[in-house]
Design a protein around this ligand. Structure first.
Ligand SMILES: [Zn+2]
Length: 199
């Protein structure tokens, strides 16, 4: 007996469009979709199953539901933090430098940031192309992960553009050295001016 290996490499999400998924729940359930949250129905699929994908796409179009499909490599994985700590050693003892503001943070305070945000990779071909260009196999590849302080991470959120550029630059040692030197000069200048004003 041969077992057919199915490779569940993609995810289909069906969301409310002009119509609500609620009215189609029994059909979706029969098709193997499971309710996730906020009216979303999710199913892991094999991307080579073209007939099923085409069928679901047409079903959604006809019934005015939103159809989203993406490669699982572009989904957030729970293991990316371990992946990051395994490959990226601290800058000094237990301290990592935030890739965006350059300040040192203890390992307990640092967060792991996706340079190209998960949401961007899911939705935009340009960002997926950029990931490939960087040689990353997906959003959770070490090449797309950088340390960031909580404040920078929440300010960055799912933004792209200059944040992405800064995130990638911070992976270059020369850039880090120059940035830290500028930061040091800035601190010295501030202290110097404070001392001058007191004297
Ligand atoms: Zn920061």
């Amino acid at each position: 007996m041969t077992k057919i290996q199915s490779n569940l490499d993609s995810i289909i999400i069906i969301e409310n469009g002009r119509n609500s998924t609620y009215d189609f729940r029994s059909f979706l359930y029969k098709q193997g979709f499971r309710f996730s949250s906020a009216s979303r129905w999710v199913k892991k699929i094999d991307s080579s199953d073209k007939d099923f994908i085409k069928g679901m796409k047409e079903y959604c179009k006809h019934n005015k539901l939103k159809f989203v499909m993406y490669d699982k490599r572009y989904a957030r994985s729970g293991g990316y933090r371990q992946e990051f700590y395994k490959h990226k050693k601290p800058f000094y003892k237990d301290y990592y430098l935030c890739s965006y503001c350059g300040l040192p943070y203890h390992i307990d305070k640092i967060t792991v940031d996706h340079v190209i945000p998960v949401e961007k990779a899911k939705k935009s071909k340009f960002y997926r192309w950029l990931l490939k260009l960087r040689g990353a196999t997906g959003v959770n590849d070490i090449k797309n992960l950088v340390p960031a302080c909580q404040s920078c991470n929440s300010r960055k959120n799912a933004k792209g553009g200059l944040w992405v550029l800064l995130g990638y630059l911070s992976q270059l040692n020369t850039f880090v050295v120059i940035r830290q030197l500028c930061l040091l000069i800035f601190i010295i200048v501030v202290i110097y001016t404070m001392i001058r004003s007191v004297m």
